[in-house]
Design a protein around this ligand. Structure first.
Ligand code: ADP
Length: 570
């Protein structure tokens, strides 16, 4: 057919037309041409080694940009590897679209190449999934998945493109009409799925009055607030009312950690004693001790702000405000303006939080001030903290994973700007590091990206350092190398019996592995450091050149604790 295009080109055209700027993935049968055509239409395609890592990148991209991160995979095993990213999006409530090629429809059920019922496989992890059963359905399917990913509570969606559909053809003019019709139907119909819901005014004034009458109010800021770009509204709320705030790990930076009203360093006191807690964009899940005693007072009244009605129904708070965090907090600000109040700095609650924070920070600083060699976790973390702060604004995006490295990093590293911390998140997903780094470098090109991760977290996707070098991304990966998961061989003599007693412990890796040499194999810069001066030099050089680098920090294998902060769960 003259002037005709196939399904791969139509999918690429639809993605470009509906505003997709970046894609992550691994090419192969039957989607290679979808990737190359997307590139020719202006979409930047970041080609990974493994769909798992590409999927993690797509999920974090969705969080950082507020637009669905798009993952492209091949059929069968490619789709299965991609589920890691899709499920991570679901767990963290981040918008993402996974697009996978699939086997020829007429061969399904007969053992075709890489055959899998992918619609069935993605079900537990996607809020919406659809298969294009003929080429003319492609534009509408693409529009729908992109739209659904942003609907209400964001999440992962899936589009299945069978091989035969990708090989069918339509005329160029029909293709253009189909794309226009799909845009009209899905995006311009006036009933877009991601409309902002306006909170109920009566409930907002009840929330304002609860906060005003509380003796010990607290504002908890989660990554849903960061996603909603609620930073300006929250700053106004905190500063006009004088109420202390507590960020969740990825809520750090929505307001600077250095803010006078930050209760980060007085977390136990803040959650254990507050009587009214306004929780904005955070679930009362394990990270917030389910909102229950003994960590929280049994009488605390929760006011939950969440885009998801089901979330509010699940938690049964004292008051629930369903809506977009930015809009709800702005409405709350207006309500408070009509009946203003502000806790004085010497209000007993504010003063108690402030004093506890100061004491805890002073204790931590005393520990951090020591230069311990061989390195523990604190000495290198302090040096890294200072180097990151030295970058100024725009602040680097910090990616953090690993048990001890992430725990210590959360306490020591300082976030001054919103959406500059990515970590293992709601699911405690380890192995996200390199994918997140790549997503952050692509989504935030003006920011340096600094990964602070354990050697085990790094190892999940270490080969993606080649991807960093290939795209020349501004990423410095700092590996806390303590020779294994949690550290060295911690087995007791009884645990070392048995036929395989001479094997290394399940927790250990090759001691002092040369991770820095891995990136050098591809032309990147590697540093091996074991002293404060060596680390300072490596940070200063790599932060100023802003080229892909790995800093291999040798840490005492016995410095960390098994299971980090979650020892009671192991
Ligand atoms: P954290 O890990 O910071 O504790 P969670 O992932 O547990 O945060 O919670 C984030 C919450 O934010 C989810 O319940 C999600 O529904 C909600 N959310 C997502 N987008 C928005 C938004 N625009 N406005 C308000 N809440 C949102």
């Amino acid at each position: 057919m003259a002037n005709s295009i196939d399904g791969n080109v139509l999918a690429a055209k639809s993605l470009a037309k509906f505003g997709v700027q970046h894609m992550f993935g691994v090419v192969g049968i039957p989607v290679t041409s979808l990737a190359t055509r997307s590139v020719s239409l202006g979409i930047r395609f970041i080609a990974f080694h493994n769909e798992q890592s590409a999927g993690y990148a797509a999920s974090a991209y969705g969080y950082l940009t507020g637009r669905p991160g798009v993952l492209l995979t091949v059929s069968g095993p490619g789709c299965i590897h991609g589920l890691a990213g899709l499920s991570n999006s679901a767990a963290n409530t981040w918008p993402m679209v996974m697009i996978s090629g699939s086997c020829d429809q007429s061969d399904a059920g007969r053992g075709d190449f890489q055959e899998l019922d992918q619609i069935q496989a993605v079900k537990p992890f996607s809020k919406f999934s659809i298969k294009a059963t003929k080429i003319t359905e492609i534009p509408n399917c693409v529009a729908q998945v992109l739209n659904w990913a942003l609907l209400g509570r964001p999440g992962g969606c899936y589009l299945d493109l069978p091989t035969d559909v990708l090989h069918q053809k339509v005329s160029l003019s029909e293709a253009e009409n189909l794309i226009t019709e799909a845009a009209e139907k899905v995006f311009n119909s006036g009933n877009q799925l991601n409309q902002i819901r306006i909170p109920d005014n009566g409930l907002v004034s009840e929330a304002a009055s609860l906060l005003k009458n509380a003796a010990k109010p607290l504002i908890v800021i989660g990554k849903g607030a960061a996603y909603a770009r609620a930073e300006a509204a929250l700053k106004k709320l905190v500063e006009t009312t004088g109420i202390p705030f507590l960020p969740t790990p990825m809520g750090k930076g929505v307001l600077p950690d250095t803010h006078d009203l930050a209760a980060t360093a007085a977390r136990s006191l803040a959650i254990g004693s507050c009587d009214v807690a306004l929780v904005v964009g955070a679930r009362l899940n394990w990270l917030l001790h389910f909102g229950e005693p003994p960590k929280w007072s049994k009488d605390v009244k929760f006011i939950l702000v969440d885009i998801s009605e089901e979330e509010i129904e699940l938690r049964k708070p004292h008051l629930g405000l369903v809506g977009d965090a930015k809009t709800v907090v702005e409405t709350l600000n207006k309500e408070i303006k009509d009946d203003p109040f502000c806790l004085a700095r010497n209000h007993p609650w504010v003063e108690a939080i402030w004093k506890k924070s100061k004491d805890n920070v002073a204790k931590m600083e005393a520990q951090l001030a020591k230069d311990i060699v061989p390195f523990n976790f604190l000495t290198p973390m302090r040096i890294i903290r200072d180097a990151i702060l030295g970058v100024g604004s725009p602040a680097p995006v910090v990616v953090s994973e690993g048990a001890n490295t992430m725990d210590v990093g959360r306490a020591v590293l300082i976030q001054t700007e919103p959406r500059t911390r990515l970590d293992a998140g709601t699911w405690g997903t380890m192995g996200v590091g390199l994918g997140y780094c790549i997503a952050a470098a692509v989504a935030c090109p003006d920011r340096l990206v600094v990964a602070v991760e354990g050697d085990s977290g790094f190892g999940f996707s270490a080969i993606e350092v080649e991807t960093l070098v290939r795209y020349q991304l501004s990423v410095v990966v700092i590996v806390f190398n303590n020779g294994g998961v949690y550290g060295g061989d911690r087995r007791t003599p009884e645990e070392m019996n048995g036929a395989h007693k001479d094997d290394p412990a399940p927790t250990s890796f090759v001691p002092k592995a040369g991770y820095h040499a891995l990136i050098e194999a591809f032309g990147g810069k590697g540093y091996l450091v074991g002293t404060p001066d060596e680390l300072k030099y490596a940070l200063s050089e790599s932060f100023s050149t802003r080229k892909p680098a790995v800093i291999n920090v040798i840490v005492d294998p016995y410095a960390g604790s098994e299971s980090g902060r979650l020892q009671h769960k192991n």
